[in-house]
Design a protein around this ligand. Sequence first.
Ligand code: MG
Ligand code: FE
Length: 173
Amino acid sequence: MGKLIADEARMFYVTGLQNAHAMETQAIQLLTRQVERLENYPELEARMREHLEESKSQRARLEEVLHGLEENYSALKEAALGIGGNFAALAHVAASDEILKNTLANYMFEHFEIAAYKSLIAMSEHLGDAAGAAAAEISLREEERMAAWIDERIGSTTLTFLQRVEAGETADH
Ligand code: MG
Ligand code: FE
């Protein structure tokens, strides 16, 4: 492999790490907004608060990997990465069925994160960044646990919402 090609591959790896960093910033924002509005869904609230903390650790993990690569940290410009645009539609705060929309959106988001970390693992292993691969593995497992947790509750969350509607408990939304 020529040096130029190696540098270019490394650049795409760094871009992937930066995109994942922006993704986690988006995750932190989405979770922060949602946990304030889940008083009627205490189990969801507790798990999402936990995942909010996990997401902060995941973002810190990515910062460590980027520091380890000695990349110019000022290159972390979230706004320029476009991730906000990708997920702008995930803010379903005003809708009366926001719990349903957020559940579906969260499930999608966790799977996007799973894909991002799988891609980072492939790149980090290929480029010989063992620390980066190990960090991404930890985050991947957390995303997979969160996705599985949501998966198991899509039906019951929907039914809880319907029961609240039938009991007239959603009129304020
Ligand atoms: Mg995450
Ligand atoms: Fe996540």
